[in-house]
Design a protein around this ligand. Sequence first.
Ligand SMILES: [Zn+2]
Length: 436
Amino acid sequence: MASLADEARAAARSFAPELVAWRRDLHRHPEPGFGEFRTARIVSERLRALGLDVRIAEEAMDGEAVHHRHADRIGAASERAIASGVDSALVERMYNGGTAVVADLTGGDGPVVGFRFDMDALPIVESSDPEHRPVAEGFRSSVEGEMHACGHDGHVAMGLGVASVLARLRDQLGGTVRFVFQPAEEGAMGGAAAITARGLVDDIDHLVCVHLGLGAQTGTFVTRAYFLATAKYRVSFTGQGAHVVNSPQSGRNALLAAASASLALHSIAPHGDGWFSLNVGVLRAGDEQGVTPPWATMELGFWADRTDVYDYVDARVHQAIAGVSRAYDVGHKVVRIGGAPAADQDEGLARVAGEAALATDGVERLEDGISGRAGEDANVFLARVAERGGRGIYVLIGSDLADGHHSPRFDFDERSLVTGTAVLSALACELIGEGS
Ligand SMILES: [Zn+2]
């Protein structure tokens, strides 16, 4: 008799046409972080139809924990969602309460397995080259300036696939599978923090976060991919305008404070125990040449490969901004607009995932311990689950890419959708299947 995990693998293969169709539909309708109205509607309706207990909007996330939202992109997305037929009351509810969807498939009262899938697109104009497959096969983005250029359309499709597979096997599941469809992964603007603030990952025993590609080829399964700790800040300096000829002595120069702060930030010494990179990427100040600049705004980000190095840089950033502000006698306000910690991952869970993957058609090789040179909002979940005594990993479903992530010509190998769905479904069965 086939094992439950093998039944799951076979069921996953039977969903191959749906997986591609879901992915292509989502690809044609990309939505920005916290503007995933149509996507969240599709996800929540599908999961309800499968019999899951579904939470959306304010039930699934706490808007107070969001660091930052791009209001223009979200507003445009809400209008498109309504025009495409999403109920306007639902759009309004998600506009206010958020676009997260968290759903439980409950079998027995055994352990809770969580899967994280992200849903957001990027502010990129998709290539219109006829050779670009989404153009050739008719699923290019229908929204100029929004594009699924990281594969999150594939993640949502796999999430729906895993839910479809496991719903069929529900009677044989000895625990709960929690599907976390998170908004706004890009920029770490607080999508994960907002779901975490609702307590929705606190009882997860085994958390598996997922990404397609990221350098892993089709046929490879990566059991642990590590990401950097990161923070993004917006800093406002407030000085005093004054006529620069008549009364320059009464001015307080916010522009010079911001410029000096930029130099001070880029002068933070390297750390001997790890690596970091810092960038002041935005600097704006002043209104006119005859007046001491009374205001300046700066945005900066930094990335570090260890928590202690992150803490070191973070402390130095705040010191430098406060010190320079004092020197120029200007006010300053620092607002965190994004960020995620570094997070450990569990070796035992990685081993179980690797075994489940290798037993799946389409997986030929395993890798472990890849480091991604980027921040990842999933680390907020991984850190919280570990803090609560659970364990977590961030896995990569290998996929050959047409071009790099976040490029206008990005596309992935759609065979990875079935492989990913099969591996994750089988892994859930191994972790909470009958008798375990
Ligand atoms: Zn991504």
